[in-house]
Design a protein around this ligand. Structure first.
Ligand SMILES: NC(=O)C1=CN([C@@H]2O[C@H](COP(=O)(O)OP(=O)(O)OC[C@H]3O[C@@H](n4cnc5c(N)ncnc54)[C@H](OP(=O)(O)O)[C@@H]3O)[C@@H](O)[C@H]2O)[C@H](O)CC1
Ligand SMILES: [K+]
Length: 489
């Protein structure tokens, strides 16, 4: 899995990569620029438009000069705007790439840029080398960039955004950020979504193993991480191997939560799904999900279930007792979602009873409810680590780039998903998927990795056709396609 390094570690990573592969830093910059231009050709930006490239004096600017040359070579109309006044301040790579600019590319200074121009702007002013408070001229450059009405694409990181910290000052407000090698941590903070726009990760040939010598507890989960995590089943596998699970979900008026969780678990591969619901609500489940069994009271022997989930749509009323009973009579990890999380926050004495290794799946509001109000994502992740270690539990913080927080302090950021998944019931689907994988014998970590990634991928598949019309049932329908896309039997 790809490790997320700090901005300061980038130089050491580059140096090691360059030495190991016998290439120069200029070669690596060329790879970055080539990757950027290859991606550029895939995005829906009008080819005929003028491209304005703002270049700083460091290697981010160097990327910009190289990109200018390559875009010019592929027939685009390019102008470069230099954001520095002394050549002496330039990095050798930036200088070298500036020297390589063909004479047809106009070279101007940033103050000559007319923000009312047509076209597209590429921001290669400041990258991960930015630190401290922006100097006053840099603030003016950023203001000029932001006053441009057209689309803005940031190279590596929006200029002014610190790579690992919260934004505390002006910053380029990008429509796209194309980041190299690994996503900079700050690109994954929800509070920065307004400045990062759509984030894409561009491969510049640094292998995952080259990150191993660096310390770090943050990881980025991608498609190629999934297949190796799955269990293999064979032709003699029977439904018992695929797990018997119990889902405690739904209440009067919220039975959809039970139906969505149970159907998602079945579509994820569960052998036998039992739904615990109030007797008067049973028909709705039996008619909507005939493959699921229904029980009206908590079975005496819970150990016959390979996994249990509790929470979606159960209501907070008297369910604290139910939670306590399950915790006392079941030793395997449980998936706790939605109302179960609220109940825990109202009855904190129950936390000590939750089976070790259980998975709590709060969205941001539920997170604050159970762990206390958080100011920002940095604060949230720190609190999450403390909580997971203290109680020996796992948290899956839901949102764009959902984060898996493990008791050993690791944070795994998910890369799959789309804004079209912001729809009622999507969380119930995730609960069903996580419980299904636990029931199929996956460790909590593996269940969360496969569950969160495939949930996001199912949302992407559904969203390709249905866009903002995507509903939770569409995500469920797409779960089997995720196995097909990932080549998993
Ligand atoms: N592996 C990779 O990811 C690769 C990344 N590349 C690109 O390189 C940059 C990092 O380049 P670096 O030269 O280290 O730094 P930057 O260009 O990001 O920034 C240096 C310039 O920023 C100025 N600066 C710094 N702090 C401030 C501030 N507070 N106010 C104003 N200006 C500031 C600094 O000016 P100085 O006068 O202080 O020197 C520099 O001009 C990375 O982001 C990628 O884009 C490689 O191309 C390939 C591999
Ligand atoms: K930039």
């Amino acid at each position: 899995m790809l490790k997320i390094l700090s901005g300061k570690q980038v130089k050491t990573l580059d140096a090691a990569h360059i030495e190991f592969n016998g290439i120069t830093s200029l070669d690596l910059m060329e790879k970055a620029a080539l990757a950027f231009v290859a991606w550029w050709k895939t995005i829906p930006l009008n080819d005929a438009l003028q491209i304005h490239i703002f270049c700083g004096a460091g290697n981010n600017g160097g990327d910009g000069f190289a990109i200018a040359r390559l875009l010019h070579q592929s027939g685009r109309v390019v102008a470069v705007f230099k954001c520095f006044d002394e050549l002496a301040k330039m990095s050798p790579e930036a200088f070298s790439n500036m020297e390589k600019l063909p004479s047809e590319i106009q070279q101007k200074v940033w103050s000559e840029f007319d923000p009312d121009s047509d076209g597209i702007l590429i921001d290669a002013f400041l990258g991960v080398g930015f630190s401290g408070r922006l100097r006053s001229e840099a603030v003016e450059v950023i203001q000029r960039i932001n006053s441009f009405a057209g689309k803005k694409v940031s190279v590596d990181i929006p200029s002014g955004l610190p790579s690992d910290e919260l934004l505390d000052g002006p910053c380029v407000e990008a429509d796209y950020t194309a980041t190299f090698a690994f996503p900079k941590l700050s690109l994954l903070f929800p509070e920065h979504s307004q400045v990062t726009g759509e984030m894409v990760l561009l491969d510049i040939g640094i292998g995952d193993e080259e990150y191993s010598r660096f310390s770090g507890s943050c990881f980025f989960l991608r498609e190629n991480d999934i297949a190796g995590v799955h269990r293999k089943f064979h032709r003699f596998s029977h439904k018992g191997d695929f797990g018997k699970i119990l889902i405690v979900a739904g209440s009067k008026g919220k039975m959809g939560a039970a139906i969505l969780s149970c159907t998602a678990a079945l579509r994820t591969g569960s052998g036998l799904v039992t739904s615990l619901v109030a007797e008067e609500e049973r028909q709705i489940v039996q008619i909507s999900v005939p493959e699921a069994m229904v029980t009206f009271s908590l079975p005496q022997d819970l150990s016959k279930f390979d996994a249990i989930a509790i929470g979606p749509g159960i209501g907070v009323g008297r369910n604290a007792e139910l939670l306590a009973t399950i915790f006392k009579n079941y030793t395997n990890p449980i998936v706790l979602d939605a109302d179960a999380i609220t109940i825990l926050s109202q009855n904190p004495e129950l936390l000590a009873l939750v089976p070790k290794g259980s998975i709590l799946t709060p969205h941001l509001t539920e997170f604050d409810r159970i762990l206390g109000k958080t100011e920002n994502h940095q604060d949230r992740l720190a609190k999450a680590s403390e909580f997971c270690q203290k109680w020996n539990l796992n948290l899956l913080i839901k949102g764009a780039n959902s984060v898996i927080c493990l008791a050993d302090g690791r944070h795994i950021f998910n890369s799959s998903g789309t804004q079209f998944m912001a729809t009622g019931g999507a969380g119930d689907v995730l609960t069903g998927m996580l419980t299904s994988f636990l029931g199929q014998g996956y460790s909590e970590e593996r269940a969360m990795i496969c569950g969160v990634f495939q949930h996001g991928l199912a949302g992407e598949i559904a969203g390709r056709k249905k866009r903002r019309g995507t509903i939770a049932s569409d995500i469920i329908e797409a779960i089997p396609d995720t196995f097909v896309e990932l080549g998993i039997s």
